[in-house]
Ligand binder design. Sequence first.
Ligand code: UN1
Length: 497
Amino acid sequence: MTHAETLSAAGLSAAEITGGTLAVRSPIDGAVVAHVHETNPADMPAIIAKSQAAFRAWRTVPAPRRGELIRLLGEELRAAKAELGALVTLEAGKITSEGLGEVQEMIDICDFAVGLSRQIYGLTIASERPSHRMMETWHPMGPCGVISAFNFPVAVWSWNAALALVCGDPVIWKPSEKTPLTAIASMKIMERALARFGDAPEGLVQLVIGGPAIGEALVNSKDVPIISATGSTRMGGIVGPKVAARWGRPILELGGNNAMIVAPSADLDMAVRAIVFSAVGTAGQRCTSLRRLIAHNSIKDDLVAKLAKAYASLPIGDPRKAGTLIGPLVDSASRDRMLAQIAKARAEGGRVHGGEAVEAVAGGAYVSPALVEMPAQTDTVREETFAPILYVLGYETLDEAIALQNDVPQGLSSCIFTLNMREAETFLSAAGSDCGIANVNIGPSGAEIGGAFGGEKETGGGRESGSDAWKGYMRRQTNTINYGATLPLAQGVKFDF
Ligand code: UN1
């Protein structure tokens, strides 16, 4: 398919993709595929006011009925999966199966949220006073601003939107400036669900497109109580304090520097498969991508040899082509950063395999994935580079491996490959991995939506997606009810008059 055919199959009209000020390039070949209209920053107050008005109506709609909207969204996404997946490939450069996988992740979170819409439970709590009852009620919170990144241009929005909407919160979405087309296409899918739903308030789900001024309007508005932001630690370091300063609630999903410990007992063939997928999948551009391999000294050389062999056979090229496993980086700036980081690692004593620019499709930023054996965990290793660079470190004792794994500023995802139960459980214990995600015998990426997603330290501390992450989108109210005829005070306080 030509780019134009992919755009029109995804339902984008000529008016939506021409005449605007924001040029959109496909990472596949660097071609400009659209000029998208940007939101005027001066319109942001009206957009936010509309969201507030929608909130006043939506918060009183019963949660299971709100779930019906998400059920319809899931249906519409199922129907549009192939076309939206292809658009993700066009705009983010993901290989076909990963583009489709991203849409599947959207469908999965819709299913989860529909179930959740009948399970927004609070606790009943024993009161210390006679004839009293205590309970918790979860209430909608207000508009939720979603600031998403290019690498999961639609799934991250859906994790937030599906939960927020079921929880009674309107959504204002600011996608990455690199990926507005998938956002526009997703909004159109959402609009089909809204039309079938019938009586949702106007402005329940809005899309705003543009640069920092648009994001800042959301971040600084007291009328947008929740800001869920996914992206770099640098971005989160700006957004988090601003939201906190106006007493809003930030949900931050920032950088990762995810490691795998490979122990002497590990099933090395399985480890190799997991390493290759998690280190080079999405061309190393997932928050959860594997960036550090901490291998026991007794197996390290063997593992590196196996990996170098596997790496050499990986098909790099047009992500639309069947068989391609490594598509392009998002742009040439990203490739330049990768090459610069590899040069720095080399200067620090790194032994580099791969990690070169590849001429796959003219105009695209293609690279061969890099394996870099490092003498120590240097500053370069401790930085997140959004590209397929895998640093390899050796270790002697498990304590040493865990210390290395934790000794980075980020804390998103981690894993251990071992068949030794003591090692596995130690890794998962309070003295083990300090990350939000810790796995045994699977890689750090490709998390399912059923679990809470997010991490600690510079990853930002937020949780999205499954488990009880929904609580981040609601306000908790503690209720005490006195059904007696006296007024006993708590803590035994007497106050007679
Ligand atoms: C991200 O990279 O921002 O665990 C999200 C994964 C995906 C989500 C990644 N389910 O790799």
